[in-house]
Ligand binder design. Structure first.
Ligand code: KG4
Ligand code: ZN
Length: 335
């Protein structure tokens, strides 16, 4: 089965073609980050307008890349939520209209299920069951995964998502959106040990997270070490390092707890923050110590992309799932 995937939940138009027999055939992405950077975050109206302009040309591009005609497509999977409503509507209307006119099924996919399954596109995919840490700009969740659609929430952030904390902390230091990769890059030049940031909620039992305190701590640290509203470059790099280490340590502690609690050996990380190198290294070392293994997607499939939606949709379509014409996108949608 060849499935066209369409992702438009936020600021990336992602299109891909996945074949259940031959794997990923083609994928293309247009990122709007440069456009939103000017405003310090995603402007929903601009995002929707840009998706409208990109989505059809990218579909043509993916078909050309795969060397296929549109008649080769058996079904269309699109992100139905959660996300920005206007942005989601572009993907869902495009998918449903094309599917209707081509006489093939369309299926709405949960964005976080897409992220969760993205590591399945790699050469050494994890076998079920596993523990998944979903860390994106909108979500921080620990999930026990027994199979496609069999998800049990173990814990989640009670306030900001990890990616959101990265983005907000970056903004406080005058760094552009999206802040995660910028903080990660500066942290490389930072000296460890100069600042000690808290590891929120790690001294309490349970698998929930809270990142809003870290944000306040960052704000205070920046203010304390600023002159004329700015820190010197080395201080900023040192704060980036301390902030990143605090987020990574917190995530590692909770993941260790989740593996111990479930007795599972495989850990999967997915979502934009899973592209973070320090996080990958920290989780990898922890999982190995427990006799387990860590799995993640290639960096471009950690952040939003069409391939994960094509893959997740394909699995559900193969299981016989279908939806009725006129299904609405769901900006809020628990997985
Ligand atoms: O999964 P994603 O592309 O979009 C959502 O579904 O939210 O995640 C975007 C988030 C942003 O908050 C971004 O700052 C963060 O992922 N991110 C990173 C890194 N790359 C992206 N955070 C830390 N380190 C990175 N290398
Ligand atoms: Zn995402």
């Amino acid at each position: 089965m060849k499935v066209l995937g369409i992702e438009t939940s936020c600021d990336e138009t992602g299109i891909a073609l996945y074949d259940s027999d031959h794997g990923l055939l083609a994928d293309a992405l247009f990122s709007q980050t440069e456009m939103h950077a000017e405003y310090g975050g995603v402007v929903p109206e601009l995002a929707s307008r840009d998706h409208v302009q990109r989505v059809l040309p990218l579909i043509q591009q993916v078909l050309a890349q795969a060397g296929l005609e549109r008649s080769a497509i058996d079904a269309i999977a699109y992100t139905a939520g959660p996300g920005l409503i206007g942005a989601l509507m572009v993907g869902s209307c495009t998918a449903q209209a094309l599917a209707y006119s081509w006489g093939i099924p369309a299926l709405g996919v949960h964005h976080m299920e897409g992220h969760l399954l993205a590591p399945m596109l790699e050469e050494n995919p994890p076998a079920f069951p596993f523990v998944a840490l979903l860390v994106s700009g909108g979500h921080t969740q620990l999930v026990e995964v027994d199979g496609i659609g069999c998800y049990r929430l173990l814990g989640e952030s009670l306030d900001d998502a990890a990616g959101e904390a990265f983005d907000k902390a970056a903004k406080m230091m005058g760094l552009d959106y999206p802040g995660g990769p910028r903080i990660a890059a500066l942290a490389q030049q930072g000296q460890g040990g100069r600042f000690k940031f808290p590891r929120p909620m790690t001294d309490r039992p349970g698998l929930d997270f809270s990142f809003s305190g870290l944000k306040t701590f960052t704000l205070n640290t920046v203010a304390e070490h600023s002159r004329d509203g700015q820190c010197d470059p080395q201080t900023r790099a040192d704060i980036c390092r301390a902030f990143e280490e605090a987020v990574v340590d917190t995530l590692v502690i909770k993941c260790r707890r989740a593996l111990q609690q479930t007795g599972l050996k495989r850990l999967v990380i997915a979502g934009g923050v899973s592209a973070n190198r320090r996080l990958r290294e920290g989780l990898d070392a922890m999982a190995r110590k427990l006799g387990g293994e860590l799995f993640y997607a290639r960096p471009e499939f950690c952040t939003d992309n069409g391939a994960m939606i094509a893959y997740a949709g394909c699995q559900r379509l193969l299981a016989g799932e279908r939806e009725t014409l006129g299904s609405k996108p769901r900006p809020r949608w628990p997985m």
